[in-house]
Ligand binder design. Structure first.
Ligand code: S3P
Length: 438
């Protein structure tokens, strides 16, 4: 049963908040902890459906996961030490869990079935299957066009490879690096544009040997195989992709002033903040600090006038999940915002390029897709009043609820249940800050 929700114009969104743990880092913390020897204690782990899917999968593969005094403890099995699952692994909505764990299963002599929800079954898996099959993974069954459900067989004799990413994808890079942990020798991934580097940082943290070098054609990341990882204590910082909705609400609801505390400020994730600054947003990063090898800061935003900007294609990987909400902010700016090179948005939890443009148009905003670019004509204010289709996409749901907080007329999104994928507390948290939902 879908759960629709309506957001209404809300003046003065204000207060100090924390956002839940970063989703990308949470997945990786669980997976690397499962591959480490001994216990890993993770604090700040995101409690949301996608991360729960990863936790269930590593348990099905033989790692023990249990709550421990407000933290989560994982008892790892060592690189190559996981067991064949007894039932299909169900990844729900989570592309990251399924793609990263394909890399892990590749390095184990086991058969495993991968499945997921209707959205995940539409997403391309060929991008990870191509390099992983070169390394030795066998695909026994797959959905049409290399999609889930998949049945795969891994091997204890994986081959190391050198692989240049055809698309800038941290998921593909990470899947290959995780497989590379199990192969003898060195596995290298070359990325033409920098993508989020959490896997690299965390592999080092867990004790793997890893080299990352800038070359003429991009960055080459090499992991040494037959690795040994050791468990330890790990803290997950706040998710900048979740913070983005709160920041956006703070910018577009008149009189607002918000501080979002403890947000990850890794430079491979800060494209949204950089773009907002170019739009003239009053946004400050306070107390920039290092927490467990990642930059973290408190972000203060104040509502104010914004102008349209051009967002260059090479910035896309550093804000790939923030485009729907950036497009919403752009609708409240003065002038055109042109977001270029968004082909990857078409293969996210939904076709986000189409869903974002359609949602804006439904709310009276002039928005156009031209090739892989999205153009939004900002007029300083937004009519609203639309019914927005979320297409099983948590970020489309949150982006358009945010739009409804600033628009003249209320905005209804058709289903908010998918918000649990990444940010289950979104509506109550926004309500506490002064947002109005009905
Ligand atoms: C993620 C990488 C991104 C992002 C996704 C999480 C990750 O996908 O959209 O939400 O954790 O590696 P791609 O790397 O496929 O672009």
């Amino acid at each position: 049963m879908p759960h629709p929700l309506t957001a209404s114009r809300s003046a003065r969104i204000s207060g100090h908040v924390r956002v839940p743990g970063d989703k990308s880092i949470s997945h990786r913390a669980l997976i690397l902890a499962a591959l480490a020897t001994g216990r890993t204690r993770i604090t700040g782990l995101l409690e949301a459906e996608d991360v729960a899917a990863t936790a269930r999968a590593i348990e099905a593969l033989g790692a023990a996961v249990r709550p421990a005094n407000g933290a989560v403890e994982v008892l790892g099995q060592g690189v190559g030490g996981l067991q064949a699952p007894r039932a299909p692994l169900d990844f729900g909505n989570s592309g990251t869990s399924s793609r990263l764990l394909l890399g892990v299963v590749a390095g184990h002599d086991m058969r495993a079935e991968f499945t997921g929800d209707a959205s995940l079954k539409r997403r391309p898996m060929g991008r990870v299957l191509a390099p992983l099959t070169t390394m030795g993974l066998q695909v026994e069954a797959q959905g049409e066009g290399a999609t889930l459900p998949l049945a795969v067989r891994g091997t204890g004799d994986l081959l190391p490879i050198v692989y240049e990413l055809p698309v800038p994808s941290a998921q593909v890079k990470s899947s290959i690096l995780l497989a590379g942990l199990h192969a003898p020798g060195r596995t290298t991934v070359i990325e033409p544009l920098p993508t989020r580097d959490h896997t690299e940082r965390m592999l080092r943290f867990f004790g793997a040997e890893l080299k990352s070098e800038d070359q003429g054609e991009g960055r080459a990341i090499t992991v040494c195989g037959d690795a040994e990882l050791a468990g330890g204590s790990f803290a997950v910082p706040g998710d900048p992709s979740s913070a983005a909705f709160i920041i956006a609400a703070g910018l577009i609801c008149p009189g607002s002033e918000i501080v979002v505390e403890g947000v990850l400020m890794n430079p491979t994730r800060t494209g949204f903040i950089e773009t907002l600054r170019e739009m003239g947003a009053q946004i400050e990063v306070l107390d920039l600090r290092d927490e467990g090898g990642e930059a973290v800061g408190d972000i203060r935003v104040k509502a104010g006038a914004l102008r349209g900007v051009r967002v260059p294609p090479e910035r896309a990987p550093s804000m790939i999940d923030e485009y729907p909400v950036l497009a919403v902010v752009a609708a409240f700016a003065e002038g055109e915002t042109r977001m270029e090179g968004l082909a990857e948005l078409k293969v996210k939890e939904s076709d986000r390029l189409a869903a974002t443009a359609a949602g804006l148009v439904a709310c009276g905003v002039e928005a156009r897709i031209q090739g892989d670019d999205l153009s939004v004509q900002g007029r300083g204010e937004v009519k609203g009043g639309g019914q927005v289709a979320t297409h099983m996409d948590h970020r489309i749901a949150m982006a358009f609820l945010t739009l409804g907080l600033g628009s003249a007329k209320p905005v209804t999104v058709d289903d908010v249940s998918m918000i649990a994928t990444s940010f289950p507390g979104f509506v109550p948290l926004m309500t506490k800050l002064g947002a109005e939902f009905a």
